[in-house]
Write a protein that binds this ligand. Sequence first.
Ligand code: SAH
Length: 370
Amino acid sequence: MSGSGYERAELVSWLRETDPEMLEQLWHAADETRRSHVGDQVHLRGLIEISNHCVRLCGYCGLRAGNRELGRYRMSEEEILECADKAAQYGYGTVVLQAGEDYGLSRDWIASLVRRIKAETGLAVTLSLGERPEDDLAAWREAGADRYLLRFETSDPALYAVIHPGRGGRPAHPSDRIELLRRLQELGYEAGSGVMVGIPGQTYDILADDIDLFRHLDLDMIGVGPYIAHPATPLGTQGGGANHEDGSGGNGGGRTHDSADGEQVPSDELMVYRVVALTRLVCPEANIPSTTALATINKESGRELGLQRGANIVMPNLTPPEYRMLYEIYPDKACVNETAEMCRGCLNGRIHAIGRSVGEGPGGRRRSGR
Ligand code: SAH
């Protein structure tokens, strides 16, 4: 198993692989590829969830505008800077500013926030603020933002239309995240994307195409985690939604999308590891997080297993606890009752316990031979 190859048919067959010995080989190959291309350091990205306001109606996400039960917040500039200072003190190389798609966060306000964080902490800044107009993205890049995360969620246009409707209105705002990722790359951002594993309507063929698209987009960062049903969303109320490894009670009970031409992918842990490992093999140099969603479905060892099956990044949460509990994209999120200090201590311990070290510096994309 080497970095090249992995044609679509081969990806599908690995996604369907159940033989424990074969899977051990897959984990081993992914871990070796991770070690030889991005090394043993685990880079930490401090996550600050700066607002949970959102204009969109994504079928999977608890922050969707239609969820009227959720108390909404927007952090102040000073609160965000305090979190960024903590990141610098803790030795994290990057802060990630994430939010719902919130136009209350204006272009100029974010630009000046990015300038202050860069000037006062020197940290790398990653933005994850949804599908903003190109002028906003350009202004933030100009202000010094280094990276942008925007998961394309699925490569299948019909499924995408169901789970992630455009904004409508006049003029309508059709949603094309793949096009937006290309614009981000042209603007000079390191671009990150990813998908959820096991979203209702996702077939093995679609998931293999997603992995193939990671390769074609030449992404710098790729995040994949399990889809976790949220009861206040259309997809989450279709029945199913447990993330059991045997598939029982798993997602796929509901069919928002005609997947008669293929079988529903389960949203279980093992499937996420298959996708993490294949992503590493297909994109050997990418920065791949062991995600919070994975840690949520296996609180004991999900993070570690992700790191041992292809991932090299962890995103400790810096959001103040009173806001953290309101940033409920899915229920029962790992670490929701912890403080930034607790996350730091816990993650350092977990990283050392598996024989890895904590990365120093910004930990940007490495490119061999360029
Ligand atoms: N508003 C930003 C940030 C969204 S949260 C954006 O849309 O890009 C970041 C990611 O969380 C999403 O891209 C999605 O892949 C994931 N997510 C949302 N709801 C989820 C759910 N119910 N289960 C698992 N992951 C989810």
